[in-house]
Design a protein around this ligand. Structure first.
Ligand code: GRF
Length: 239
């Protein structure tokens, strides 16, 4: 089976990009990162790509008078790599339908809160100031809104009384690095299906030729997801 061709869009330091690349290397994510795109010149994320000889492309927003024109240019360049999936990893622009319609159902994002709480910028500070006891991260499909698309998986972390936005962000980030590759693997295995705005994860219907189908175990071991397979659910109901 062909590996999922993955394009990653970044703006900054790229720790999620690195986690994705690492997951590919250890076989937890059966994909190939075919290109990394940025709206900023030479972000630190490009270092991670260059280390693995992954092509990097800076698409300069200053060259395009409108968001739509920028997105047209970006989509054209991304399209050249024929990606099966586009992962936003700290990409700081809100994509318009011009871009999203070029890759329907194939653009994912990670956000550092339990959506729909605290969308947009400074999600960790928002969570802290609101006073929630738990926060986390969310991987979701991207729609034209700000962090409003259908939710794929979420991971939870506690919020402590002496947290600062930075300490909370670090705790969430550690979960992000496990959660994003796991969500992408579910996508790669073709297990995600939309019903309205609900994402249904098909745990049963696995492609038999999958070389290393370890994502479910991985998700459980890392305590990423509380979801259980239908069998386990009926067992637990009997207990
Ligand atoms: C992460 O917190 C991610 O959730 C958010 O932007 C940040 C990117 O961090 N969308 P990095 O560039 O991957 O280190």
């Amino acid at each position: 089976m062909d590996r999922l061709r993955l394009a990653v869009l970044v703006s900054g330091r790229g720790t999620n990009l690195k986690a994705i690349i690492d997951a590919v290397e250890v076989g937890a994510l059966q994909a190939q990162v075919v290109g990394v795109f940025s709206d900023r010149p030479d972000p630190y994320a490009f270092e991670h790509a260059r280390e693995r000889n992954i092509p990097t492309v800076f698409v300069d927003p200053k060259k395009y008078p409108s968001r739509e024109e920028y997105d047209t240019a970006l989509a054209r360049q991304v399209m050249e790599l024929k990606p099966g999936c586009i992962a936003l990893a700290g990409f700081m622009r809100v994509l318009t339908p011009v871009f999203l319609n070029a890759f329907p159902g194939r653009v994912l994002n990670i956000h550092p809160s339990l959506l729909p709480s605290f969308p947009g910028l400074e999600a960790q500070r928002q969570a802290l100031e609101y006073g929630v006891r738990y926060s986390g991260c969310t991987v979701h499909f991207v729609d034209p809104g700000v962090d409003t698309g259908p939710i794929i998986i979420q991971s939870v972390v506690p919020v402590y009384q002496d947290d600062t936005p930075e300490t909370l962000a670090d705790r969430i980030l550690a979960k992000e690095h496990l959660t994003y590759p796991a969500a992408l693997q579910l996508f790669a295995e073709g297990r995600l299906r939309l019903e309205g705005r609900r994402v249904i994860i098909d745990w049963e219907n696995r492609a038999p030729q999958q070389p290393r189908d370890c994502v479910l175990e991985w998700l459980k071991n890392k305590d990423i997801i509380k979801e259980v397979t239908p069998n386990e659910r009926s067992n637990s109901q009997h207990n």
